[in-house]
Design a protein around this ligand. Structure first.
Ligand code: SAM
Length: 180
């Protein structure tokens, strides 16, 4: 069963982080998350980028800004969701991910410049992708791949206008609007 995954990005700074946060949202979508919650600065540019890609490439991915991440996560937890915090201080992803139930909604939390200490306690799972500092995008990609059973995202994104046709030596894109 494919889990219902929300990726929660803490502490976004509009000027410094707009590119990496957009990449984080795109990675979340491509690897099978359903929802993206942007915390920190309310950056419509990031939300628009994610909406544009979803409109062109399909799927039911949605995103929103939320001003109070701790309130959001406490509520998520009270509703029965499981919170997974990606942190280099956590338990190894290749041993702990298998324990995460996939029949309840999952919030995957990734940090920004400073992660509130309370997150470590609130999280049901603190998960490390190696114990070296690296990137939230890399951590999310490897974790999602493990959670989804090694699959690099859904095979089909419903309602896609653009579809890539794999090709060994060129770019082939099918545009459904042009076919009709
Ligand atoms: N200074 C931040 C802190 O105090 O935790 C870390 C910043 S790091 C560039 C941004 C985010 O990437 C972290 O909060 C974490 O979610 C993720 N991350 C980085 N390295 C990781 C690792 N080895 N395992 C899991 N997540 C990691």
């Amino acid at each position: 069963m494919r889990p219902d995954v929300t990726v929660v990005r803490l502490g976004h700074r509009q000027q410094r982080d707009k590119r990496i946060t957009s990449h984080l949202g795109l990675t979340a979508r491509a690897l099978g998350a359903n929802h993206f919650v942007l915390c920190g600065d309310d950056d419509q540019g990031v939300l628009d980028t994610l909406a544009d890609v979803t409109e062109n490439f399909g799927g039911g991915f949605s995103s929103e800004h939320h001003p109070k991440p701790m309130g959001y996560l406490r509520h998520f937890s009270k509703q029965g969701g499981k919170i997974v915090h990606l942190t280099m201080y956590g338990e190894p992803h290749d041993s702990v991910t298998v324990d995460i139930p996939t029949d309840a909604p999952i919030a995957v939390v990734v940090g920004g410049v400073k992660v509130p200490g309370e997150i470590y306690k609130l999280a049901d799972y603190n998960v490390a992708v190696g114990h070296q500092p690296h990137s939230e995008v890399a951590a999310l990609a490897l974790f999602m791949s493990e959670l989804m059973g090694g699959v690099a995202g859904p095979e089909q994104f419903a309602g896609a206008r653009l579809q890539i046709q794999p090709h060994p030596s060129g770019k082939v894109v099918i545009d459904r609007n042009e076919d009709s």
